[in-house]
Write a protein that binds this ligand. Structure first.
Ligand SMILES: [Zn+2]
Length: 323
Protein backbone atom coordinates (compact mmCIF):
# COMPACT_ATOMS: atom_id res chain seq x y z
CA UNK A 1 0.00 0.00 0.00
CA UNK A 2 1.19 3.47 -0.74
CA UNK A 3 -0.60 6.66 -0.01
CA UNK A 4 0.06 10.31 -0.08
CA UNK A 5 -0.32 12.87 2.65
CA UNK A 6 -0.83 16.41 1.55
CA UNK A 7 -0.56 19.53 3.58
CA UNK A 8 -0.16 23.17 2.68
CA UNK A 9 3.58 22.93 3.20
CA UNK A 10 4.51 19.58 1.77
CA UNK A 11 3.44 16.22 0.51
CA UNK A 12 5.19 13.00 1.32
CA UNK A 13 4.63 9.48 0.09
CA UNK A 14 4.50 6.84 2.78
CA UNK A 15 5.36 3.23 2.07
CA UNK A 16 3.73 1.02 4.68
CA UNK A 17 3.81 -2.22 2.86
CA UNK A 18 7.28 -3.34 3.76
CA UNK A 19 7.99 -6.76 5.08
CA UNK A 20 9.35 -5.99 8.52
CA UNK A 21 7.41 -8.32 10.85
CA UNK A 22 8.10 -12.08 10.81
CA UNK A 23 4.93 -13.95 9.74
CA UNK A 24 4.63 -15.88 13.02
CA UNK A 25 4.63 -12.70 15.16
CA UNK A 26 1.66 -10.52 16.12
CA UNK A 27 3.68 -7.37 16.81
CA UNK A 28 7.10 -6.25 17.96
CA UNK A 29 8.89 -4.43 20.76
CA UNK A 30 12.18 -2.56 20.86
CA UNK A 31 13.84 -0.36 23.46
CA UNK A 32 16.37 2.43 23.04
CA UNK A 33 18.24 4.78 25.33
CA UNK A 34 19.61 8.19 24.32
CA UNK A 35 22.43 10.39 25.62
CA UNK A 36 24.65 7.59 26.90
CA UNK A 37 28.23 8.86 27.32
CA UNK A 38 31.13 8.45 29.77
CA UNK A 39 30.21 11.21 32.30
CA UNK A 40 30.22 10.02 35.92
CA UNK A 41 28.35 11.21 39.00
CA UNK A 42 31.58 12.98 39.97
CA UNK A 43 31.09 15.13 36.81
CA UNK A 44 28.08 17.44 36.30
CA UNK A 45 25.77 14.41 36.09
CA UNK A 46 26.01 10.70 35.46
CA UNK A 47 25.33 9.45 31.92
CA UNK A 48 26.53 5.85 32.09
CA UNK A 49 30.08 6.46 33.32
CA UNK A 50 29.39 4.89 36.73
CA UNK A 51 28.83 1.63 34.83
CA UNK A 52 27.05 -0.99 36.93
CA UNK A 53 26.69 1.45 39.85
CA UNK A 54 24.76 4.00 37.76
CA UNK A 55 22.02 4.13 35.15
CA UNK A 56 23.59 1.40 33.00
CA UNK A 57 23.35 -0.88 36.04
CA UNK A 58 19.58 -0.33 35.92
CA UNK A 59 19.59 -1.30 32.25
CA UNK A 60 21.65 -4.41 33.06
CA UNK A 61 19.09 -5.33 35.74
CA UNK A 62 16.30 -5.18 33.14
CA UNK A 63 18.32 -7.23 30.65
CA UNK A 64 18.93 -9.91 33.29
CA UNK A 65 15.26 -10.11 34.28
CA UNK A 66 13.93 -10.08 30.71
CA UNK A 67 15.98 -12.49 28.65
CA UNK A 68 14.32 -11.61 25.34
CA UNK A 69 14.74 -7.85 25.74
CA UNK A 70 17.11 -6.14 23.30
CA UNK A 71 18.35 -2.56 23.54
CA UNK A 72 19.82 0.08 21.25
CA UNK A 73 22.13 2.53 22.98
CA UNK A 74 22.44 5.89 21.23
CA UNK A 75 25.80 7.42 22.06
CA UNK A 76 27.51 10.68 21.09
CA UNK A 77 31.02 10.13 19.73
CA UNK A 78 32.44 13.08 21.68
CA UNK A 79 29.75 14.47 23.98
CA UNK A 80 30.36 18.16 24.83
CA UNK A 81 27.03 19.48 26.18
CA UNK A 82 26.85 20.30 29.89
CA UNK A 83 23.65 22.35 30.32
CA UNK A 84 20.84 21.80 27.79
CA UNK A 85 19.60 25.35 28.47
CA UNK A 86 21.53 28.64 28.01
CA UNK A 87 23.23 29.84 31.18
CA UNK A 88 24.83 32.93 29.59
CA UNK A 89 21.58 34.83 29.91
CA UNK A 90 22.66 38.29 28.74
CA UNK A 91 24.35 36.92 25.62
CA UNK A 92 21.32 34.72 25.01
CA UNK A 93 19.10 37.81 24.93
CA UNK A 94 20.90 39.48 21.99
CA UNK A 95 19.38 38.50 18.62
CA UNK A 96 21.83 37.33 15.91
CA UNK A 97 24.90 37.64 18.16
CA UNK A 98 23.63 34.80 20.38
CA UNK A 99 23.65 32.43 17.41
CA UNK A 100 27.42 32.79 17.12
CA UNK A 101 28.27 31.51 20.61
CA UNK A 102 27.82 28.54 22.86
CA UNK A 103 25.41 29.88 25.45
CA UNK A 104 26.53 27.56 28.23
CA UNK A 105 29.82 26.03 29.30
CA UNK A 106 30.72 22.92 27.28
CA UNK A 107 33.26 20.13 27.74
CA UNK A 108 36.59 20.75 25.96
CA UNK A 109 36.82 18.81 22.72
CA UNK A 110 37.90 15.21 23.25
CA UNK A 111 37.06 15.02 26.98
CA UNK A 112 34.22 12.53 26.49
CA UNK A 113 35.50 11.05 23.23
CA UNK A 114 34.66 7.35 23.25
CA UNK A 115 38.09 5.99 22.36
CA UNK A 116 39.51 7.78 25.44
CA UNK A 117 37.20 5.85 27.75
CA UNK A 118 38.05 2.19 27.17
CA UNK A 119 36.49 0.96 30.42
CA UNK A 120 33.19 2.59 29.51
CA UNK A 121 33.28 1.17 25.97
CA UNK A 122 34.17 -2.26 27.33
CA UNK A 123 31.18 -2.14 29.69
CA UNK A 124 28.80 -1.25 26.83
CA UNK A 125 30.20 -4.04 24.69
CA UNK A 126 29.75 -6.74 27.32
CA UNK A 127 26.07 -5.91 27.95
CA UNK A 128 23.93 -8.76 26.57
CA UNK A 129 21.62 -8.20 23.58
CA UNK A 130 22.82 -4.60 23.24
CA UNK A 131 23.62 -2.70 20.06
CA UNK A 132 25.22 0.74 19.81
CA UNK A 133 24.30 3.49 17.33
CA UNK A 134 24.93 7.21 16.79
CA UNK A 135 23.52 10.11 18.77
CA UNK A 136 25.51 12.95 17.23
CA UNK A 137 29.14 14.00 17.40
CA UNK A 138 29.07 16.60 20.20
CA UNK A 139 25.37 16.77 21.10
CA UNK A 140 25.54 20.57 21.17
CA UNK A 141 25.23 23.60 18.96
CA UNK A 142 25.80 27.35 19.19
CA UNK A 143 22.68 29.46 19.85
CA UNK A 144 19.66 28.86 21.99
CA UNK A 145 18.86 25.28 21.02
CA UNK A 146 21.95 23.81 22.61
CA UNK A 147 21.26 20.05 22.28
CA UNK A 148 19.96 20.30 18.68
CA UNK A 149 23.23 19.43 16.97
CA UNK A 150 21.87 19.12 13.42
CA UNK A 151 20.41 22.49 12.44
CA UNK A 152 21.26 24.61 9.41
CA UNK A 153 24.55 23.06 8.44
CA UNK A 154 24.77 22.08 4.79
CA UNK A 155 25.34 18.69 3.21
CA UNK A 156 29.15 18.93 3.24
CA UNK A 157 29.33 19.85 6.91
CA UNK A 158 26.91 17.09 7.85
CA UNK A 159 28.95 14.60 5.86
CA UNK A 160 32.13 15.71 7.65
CA UNK A 161 30.39 15.33 11.03
CA UNK A 162 29.20 11.83 10.15
CA UNK A 163 32.64 10.80 8.95
CA UNK A 164 34.14 12.05 12.21
CA UNK A 165 31.57 10.09 14.23
CA UNK A 166 32.35 6.92 12.28
CA UNK A 167 36.09 7.47 12.70
CA UNK A 168 35.76 7.86 16.50
CA UNK A 169 33.55 4.75 16.80
CA UNK A 170 36.10 2.81 14.76
CA UNK A 171 38.97 4.10 16.91
CA UNK A 172 37.01 2.99 20.00
CA UNK A 173 36.54 -0.41 18.33
CA UNK A 174 32.74 -0.27 18.59
CA UNK A 175 30.86 -2.46 16.15
CA UNK A 176 27.97 -0.01 15.65
CA UNK A 177 24.64 -0.54 13.90
CA UNK A 178 24.34 1.93 10.99
CA UNK A 179 21.91 4.64 12.04
CA UNK A 180 21.16 7.75 14.01
CA UNK A 181 18.75 9.01 16.58
CA UNK A 182 19.40 12.75 16.12
CA UNK A 183 19.79 14.91 19.26
CA UNK A 184 16.47 16.71 19.93
CA UNK A 185 15.00 14.54 17.14
CA UNK A 186 15.84 16.98 14.35
CA UNK A 187 17.07 15.46 11.10
CA UNK A 188 17.18 18.07 8.28
CA UNK A 189 17.07 16.72 4.70
CA UNK A 190 20.78 17.48 3.94
CA UNK A 191 21.68 15.29 6.95
CA UNK A 192 19.60 12.46 5.47
CA UNK A 193 21.41 12.91 2.13
CA UNK A 194 24.76 12.73 3.90
CA UNK A 195 23.66 9.65 5.88
CA UNK A 196 22.91 7.78 2.66
CA UNK A 197 26.28 8.75 1.21
CA UNK A 198 28.19 7.37 4.22
CA UNK A 199 26.17 4.12 4.10
CA UNK A 200 23.93 4.64 7.10
CA UNK A 201 20.61 2.81 6.94
CA UNK A 202 18.19 4.01 9.57
CA UNK A 203 16.96 7.23 11.13
CA UNK A 204 14.94 7.34 14.34
CA UNK A 205 13.80 10.94 14.14
CA UNK A 206 10.14 11.08 15.18
CA UNK A 207 8.99 10.87 18.79
CA UNK A 208 5.25 10.93 19.39
CA UNK A 209 3.88 9.68 22.69
CA UNK A 210 0.55 11.48 22.44
CA UNK A 211 -1.22 10.77 19.13
CA UNK A 212 -3.81 7.99 19.66
CA UNK A 213 -2.87 4.59 18.28
CA UNK A 214 -4.38 3.38 15.00
CA UNK A 215 -3.11 1.72 11.84
CA UNK A 216 -3.07 5.00 9.93
CA UNK A 217 -1.82 7.25 12.74
CA UNK A 218 1.01 9.56 11.76
CA UNK A 219 3.49 11.47 13.88
CA UNK A 220 2.86 15.03 14.94
CA UNK A 221 5.17 15.76 17.87
CA UNK A 222 8.99 15.88 17.97
CA UNK A 223 11.21 15.42 14.92
CA UNK A 224 9.88 14.12 11.60
CA UNK A 225 6.16 14.70 11.14
CA UNK A 226 3.73 12.74 8.97
CA UNK A 227 5.48 9.38 9.24
CA UNK A 228 3.84 6.24 10.59
CA UNK A 229 3.35 6.21 14.35
CA UNK A 230 3.51 2.44 14.76
CA UNK A 231 5.12 0.87 11.68
CA UNK A 232 8.70 1.06 10.44
CA UNK A 233 8.77 2.62 7.00
CA UNK A 234 11.10 3.80 4.28
CA UNK A 235 11.75 7.54 3.97
CA UNK A 236 13.90 9.89 1.89
CA UNK A 237 13.31 8.26 -1.50
CA UNK A 238 12.99 4.91 0.27
CA UNK A 239 16.69 4.91 1.10
CA UNK A 240 16.45 5.03 4.90
CA UNK A 241 14.40 3.02 7.36
CA UNK A 242 12.51 5.21 9.80
CA UNK A 243 11.38 4.09 13.24
CA UNK A 244 9.19 6.25 15.50
CA UNK A 245 9.53 6.30 19.29
CA UNK A 246 5.94 5.92 20.44
CA UNK A 247 6.16 5.07 24.15
CA UNK A 248 7.79 6.39 27.32
CA UNK A 249 7.41 6.58 31.11
CA UNK A 250 4.25 8.69 30.98
CA UNK A 251 2.34 6.31 28.64
CA UNK A 252 -0.15 3.70 29.85
CA UNK A 253 0.21 -0.05 29.37
CA UNK A 254 -3.00 0.19 27.30
CA UNK A 255 -1.09 2.24 24.71
CA UNK A 256 1.55 -0.51 24.46
CA UNK A 257 -1.13 -3.18 24.04
CA UNK A 258 -2.94 -1.16 21.34
CA UNK A 259 0.27 -0.81 19.32
CA UNK A 260 0.84 -4.56 19.42
CA UNK A 261 -2.83 -5.38 18.73
CA UNK A 262 -2.48 -3.32 15.54
CA UNK A 263 0.51 -5.44 14.49
CA UNK A 264 2.82 -2.51 15.17
CA UNK A 265 6.19 -1.86 16.71
CA UNK A 266 6.17 -0.73 20.33
CA UNK A 267 9.29 1.47 20.32
CA UNK A 268 10.11 2.49 23.87
CA UNK A 269 12.43 5.39 24.62
CA UNK A 270 14.44 6.23 27.72
CA UNK A 271 17.10 8.83 28.40
CA UNK A 272 20.09 7.86 30.49
CA UNK A 273 20.17 11.21 32.35
CA UNK A 274 17.36 12.05 34.74
CA UNK A 275 18.58 15.47 35.92
CA UNK A 276 20.87 17.52 33.66
CA UNK A 277 21.79 20.65 35.64
CA UNK A 278 18.21 20.97 36.91
CA UNK A 279 16.50 20.01 33.63
CA UNK A 280 14.51 16.86 34.38
CA UNK A 281 13.79 14.20 31.74
CA UNK A 282 10.41 12.51 32.16
CA UNK A 283 11.84 9.37 30.64
CA UNK A 284 15.17 9.44 32.53
CA UNK A 285 16.08 5.88 33.49
CA UNK A 286 15.72 6.21 37.26
CA UNK A 287 14.45 3.44 39.52
CA UNK A 288 10.80 4.42 38.99
CA UNK A 289 11.03 4.12 35.21
CA UNK A 290 13.08 0.93 35.54
CA UNK A 291 10.36 -0.60 37.71
CA UNK A 292 7.60 0.52 35.34
CA UNK A 293 9.44 -1.07 32.42
CA UNK A 294 9.87 -4.25 34.47
CA UNK A 295 6.09 -4.37 35.00
CA UNK A 296 5.40 -3.56 31.33
CA UNK A 297 7.77 -6.26 30.05
CA UNK A 298 6.36 -8.88 32.45
CA UNK A 299 2.80 -8.00 31.38
CA UNK A 300 3.69 -8.33 27.69
CA UNK A 301 5.61 -11.59 28.23
CA UNK A 302 2.59 -13.09 30.01
CA UNK A 303 0.08 -11.83 27.49
CA UNK A 304 1.83 -12.59 24.19
CA UNK A 305 4.43 -15.30 24.94
CA UNK A 306 6.42 -16.20 21.84
CA UNK A 307 4.10 -14.37 19.45
CA UNK A 308 5.71 -11.01 20.30
CA UNK A 309 8.93 -10.21 18.41
CA UNK A 310 11.46 -8.83 20.91
CA UNK A 311 13.86 -7.09 18.58
CA UNK A 312 16.02 -4.01 18.03
CA UNK A 313 16.12 -1.08 15.62
CA UNK A 314 19.25 -2.54 14.02
CA UNK A 315 17.62 -5.95 13.50
CA UNK A 316 14.44 -4.49 12.03
CA UNK A 317 16.51 -2.39 9.62
CA UNK A 318 18.55 -5.41 8.61
CA UNK A 319 15.40 -7.46 7.97
CA UNK A 320 13.84 -4.72 5.81
CA UNK A 321 16.98 -4.14 3.76
CA UNK A 322 17.90 -7.82 3.39
CA UNK A 323 14.44 -8.87 2.16
ZN1 LIG B 1 20.06 13.48 23.22
Amino acid sequence: MQYKISSKKHSRKIHYDIDWLPSNKCGAICFSIDDVHPAKSSDYYEAGGDLDKGALGRLNWLLERHQKLQVTIFTAADWREISPKPTRKILASIPYIRDLFYLAKIWPKGTMQLDRHPEFVQYLKQLPRTEIAFHGLHHCHKGRNIPTEFQHQGYSEFKKILQEIISIFNKADIDFVPGICPPSWDAPPPLLDAMIDVDLSFIASARDIITPISKNAITNMSGMKGVSLIYPQLVHNNKLVHITSNFQHTCSIDRAVKIIENGGLLAIKAHIIKDACGIISYDGLDETYRNYLDLLFTTLEDRYGTSLWWTSIGNITKKILDD
